[in-house]
Design a protein around this ligand. Structure first.
Ligand SMILES: Cc1cc2nc3c(=O)[nH]c(=O)nc-3n(C[C@H](O)[C@H](O)[C@H](O)COP(=O)(O)OP(=O)(O)OC[C@H]3O[C@@H](n4cnc5c(N)ncnc54)[C@H](O)[C@@H]3O)c2cc1C
Length: 349
């Protein structure tokens, strides 16, 4: 069986950036971009990653607002272009950015398999990877870039208003015009819920931080930040019961349910931000790499993408519970490809 130089698992900004760098270094990378299955659709882990689930991307450097129709038509293969939604005319969307990254990787010779890796063996070298269709691949190095999925509550109304007022990323979406000077809701009670509320308070007319308990889980200093911010109102002992809205406006309000008596109350809101954590896509590793207590891949050397197994590198949100942005993931993908290239070069000499 032929042994690959680099296998990249994952198809978000980290995976494609790694593929672009590895392909330009003539390592002929093989990318497993994930499978198109109902399970991946429900989990939000279809190929092209988390950005493929959103609309406008205003903060990825290099894409100021503008009409990209001609560029998208010229840059992306017609077969893929045909399947994409029409361009908005005012800036790059998440799916467009991801198709551009995928295309760029393919242009340099990256090979792409549309399947999940379901099993790895990092105890032996070359490493052995098994895809869900049963295909077995051997590789000298592996870059894990499988991302982390945002947790949602699972309400049907929440699903119905995703991208129309429901989001799981305040830093990504909070500055969008639809949320400016409007009342917004944050669901959660930890540090990230406070951080998201504080961030949103810059744009919103009011932020309701809805927590199911009578005390925040956030650290004391973070909790104080929320409690003393005049724009943030904490709604204690409540959970989100329903999101409602209209086709024209998206989210217009929510129904909250009290946790102590079950009574409900309505609140007007133009946005609902879930801040109830992320689940890193690491289950398929089955303990073969060291993970953090939150199941993110543990990086073993500061400012490097090294993992607990030599020759296996990790990039993007799967190893980063802190920044969680497309541009930081892309940067880490570049680093992982350079680390893999140097690791291979060192072994050859
Ligand atoms: C609603 C929303 C809006 C966002 N908006 C922005 C924004 O405007 N700007 C910004 O910078 N960031 C934004 N983000 C964050 C950004 O999307 C992530 O930080 C980024 O996508 C992480 O990239 P990644 O490459 O690490 O992983 P991901 O994008 O998560 O991609 C990983 C992908 O790899 C594939 N995969 C997973 N497991 C396997 C496996 N076993 N085998 C094969 N393939 C697998 C899946 O397709 C998975 O989706 C947003 C996130 C969300 C949820």
């Amino acid at each position: 069986m032929a042994v690959e130089n680099v296998v990249i698992i994952g198809s978000g900004p980290a995976g494609w950036s790694a593929a672009i760098y590895a392909a330009r270094a003539e390592l002929r990378p093989l990318v497993f971009e994930g499978a198109i299955t109902e399970e991946n659709r429900i989990n939000g882990t279809l190929p092209l990653g988390q950005l493929n689930l959103t609309t406008e991307v205003e903060n990825y450097a290099g894409f100021p607002a503008g009409d990209l129709t001609a560029y998208l038509n010229a840059a992306i293969e017609p077969a893929a272009r045909k399947l994409m939604p029409p361009h908005s005319g005012h800036g790059v969307s998440g799916p467009e950015l991801m198709e551009l990254m995928r295309q760029q990787a393919k242009n340099f010779g990256a090979r792409v398999i549309t399947d999940d890796i379901v099993k790895v063996d990092f105890q032996r070298h070359p490493f052995v990877l098994t895809a869900s269709a049963g295909e077995v691949t051997q590789s000298q190095t592996v870059i894990v870039a499988t991302g982390a999925r945002a947790n949602y509550l699972g309400l049907p109304s929440e699903e119905a208003y995703k991208n129309r007022g429901v989001s799981a990323c305040a830093v990504c979406d909070g500055a969008l015009p639809r949320f400016r000077n409007k009342p917004l809701l944050v669901i959660g009670g930890g540090d990230s819920a406070v951080e998201e509320s504080t961030y949103l308070s810059k744009f919103a007319s009011r932020v309701y931080l809805v927590h199911r308990r009578d005390q925040l889980r956030a650290s004391k200093i973070m909790a104080q930040r929320a409690e003393t911010n005049p724009k943030i109102e904490i709604v204690w002992n409540h959970v989100l019961d329903e999101v409602f809205g209209t086709d024209a406006d998206g989210v217009t309000g929510v129904v909250l349910r009290g946790t102590d008596g079950g009574q409900t109350r309505k609140l007007a809101a133009s946005g609902v931000f879930l801040a109830i954590g992320h689940t890193p896509n690491t289950a398929f590793l089955e303990g073969q790499l060291k993970l953090t207590d939150q199941n993110y891949i543990k990086l073993t050397t500061p400012f490097r993408t090294h993992t607990s197994v030599e020759g296996v590198f990790a990039a993007g949100d799967v190893a980063d519970d802190y920044y969680r942005q497309a541009v930081t993931s892309a940067g880490a993908g570049c680093m992982a490809a350079l680390d893999a290239e140097r690791w291979l070069a060192a072994r050859e000499h």
